[in-house]
Design a protein around this ligand. Sequence first.
Ligand code: FE2
Length: 448
Amino acid sequence: MDRIKIIKKLVSILTIILLAVLAVLIAVFVGHVVRVNRFNAENRVITPNSTTTEAVVDIHPRGQLTDSWEKRDTAGIGVVLNAKIYELIVTNNSKTLMNDWKLRIDIKEECYLNNGWCGSFEIHQIDEDGTERVQTVDLRNYKQSDLKIEYRIAGQDLLIPLKNGDYIYYIPDSSGVSGEVPLKGNSEFSGSVTCGFIMYSRSGNVDLSNFEFNYTLHKTYFSDEGIFFVVAFSIWLFAMLIISIIFVISVQYEQRFMVQSRMLDDVFKLCCNLSDSRDYYSKEHSRRVADYSRLIAEKMGMDKSDCDSVFTAALLHNVGNNLISEQILRKMGRLTSEEYAMVKTHTTKGAELLKDIKNIPHAEEAALYHHERYDGTGYPMGKKGDEIPLIARIIAVADAYDAMNNDRPYRKKFMKDQIREEFIKNRGTQFDPLIVGAFLDIMGERDL
Ligand SMILES: [Fe+2]
């Protein structure tokens, strides 16, 4: 039972520790969530002068393949235009999802945007009077009638005129089409994508060196360092599960123990009642002697388990009465010497009954020797001093107190002072003086 109590106490302490750990984990996790939200909300910018390697933007002509493209005055422009394909390579080195991006390119010279793939263009044309025309156009798929910006048609081609001061935004397609699709939201964590567009100019080389690349990165709460929380919460849950199982098992064991203990108490009560019912004047006698014996044991500094043993053994000290004739036990007058000799056998008969009871320590000794006297004049063995087992010396004092503290047919119960005098007078003769001392202390402290 003590082990169960220790286990339950340990479970309580571990539960408190685990709850504290959970509180710390939650606090740290909330901090982590705030940091991730800040990280995801941060608008990141790359310009040609940036030194970051987190993401790299490279805009360059795609070789010589299209150098020979030219458009003569088919769109009423009045000059010969040469085309070039420009590749836009975006590389994400962050190992984190690049959630979205947008590239602004400032136009420094007269040129014509002809085509583009992998996304749309937000085109800003500034008129000479300062009026700004803006329209987002997917150059792969548009209706000429919908165009609100300035444009030319050269044969089958659309040419959107741009000049110094105008600017365009390249907005990647996030539709998830395969091929040269830019970094899609929620799909790509790292790597490169290549986009492209065609521009015409007189020289065939357009200066696109002035750009601004805006992007955000996106972490989930349980990626990167978030894995720590997944592991920590899993370990916490596992530990809590184990502790809960131990707690449930210990409670079930305790309940079973309590039921058995109550049944055992009832069996003890039955034994005591049987012993005490043999004599009109001994009702509850065994229980009271057991209570006093336990008080003495506690006063003498015995540990709890020894005190419990003393109590249980004392409960059974008169069990031998069950084998003595009721006629003798209930006799109102003086006993004959034969009858008294018979009464004295309750000690040996009780010991005989208890000899096979191995799980109640000292029960047999308690029954056999509780009428021994310290000076060796008691019965049944005439043992004296320390020869008499301690349990029996304790019960002798408790037994005498209960006898003096209750009425008998031939006398009234003693006053407390009389009882004290009796103990003092008989210590060292009838009783162990140390035990008498302990009991007198108890009488002084308690209202027995
Ligand atoms: Fe007795």
